[in-house]
Design a protein around this ligand. Structure first.
Ligand SMILES: [Ca+2]
Ligand SMILES: [Ca+2]
Length: 139
């Protein structure tokens, strides 16, 4: 491989590594935001997902963790719904599953488990770049 070619491929690799770092940072940021919210809605009867009046992509109005289920943050926005400069090609998605306590790969169909699995996926131009999963429990 010639000098120019290897310099090019190094630049591409560096760019990719930067994108991966940005994507994982965006995922961690969203996890921190979710974990900063209470497990149950503080001011209305709690339901899984958003309670009435909680707008889909303005996260400021989301006041409990399961409100984030199904969130599509595309392109990446701040908590007030403003696009984040430089992040136009990145998007984030949140999925929450009610899972069995003894086998978290299975969904809890009966609704008796106290465990939820959270997944945050970050993509660039629609291609997945980072994924973060964690378990959350209810007392
Ligand atoms: Ca809720
Ligand atoms: Ca709520």
């Amino acid at each position: 491989m010639g000098m120019v070619q290897s310099a090019n491929s190094l630049a591409i690799e560096t760019r990719f590594a930067q994108d991966r770092l940005i994507a994982s940072t965006l995922a961690v940021d969203l996890r921190e935001e979710i974990l900063s919210k209470p497990r149950q809605d503080p001011d209305q009867p709690a339901i899984f997902g958003r309670e009435p009046g909680e707008y889909r992509n303005i996260r400021l109005y989301l006041d409990d963790r399961d409100d984030y289920d199904g969130l599509e943050d595309n392109p990446v926005t701040d908590i007030k719904g403003n696009p984040v400069p430089g992040m136009e090609r990145f998007s984030r998605r949140v999925q929450i599953r009610h899972v069995l306590e003894d086998d978290t790969s299975k969904n809890d169909e009966k609704g008796t488990s106290r465990l939820w699995q959270y997944t945050v996926t970050v993509s660039k131009d629609g291609k997945e770049m980072s994924r973060l999963e964690w378990l959350d429990s209810r007392p």
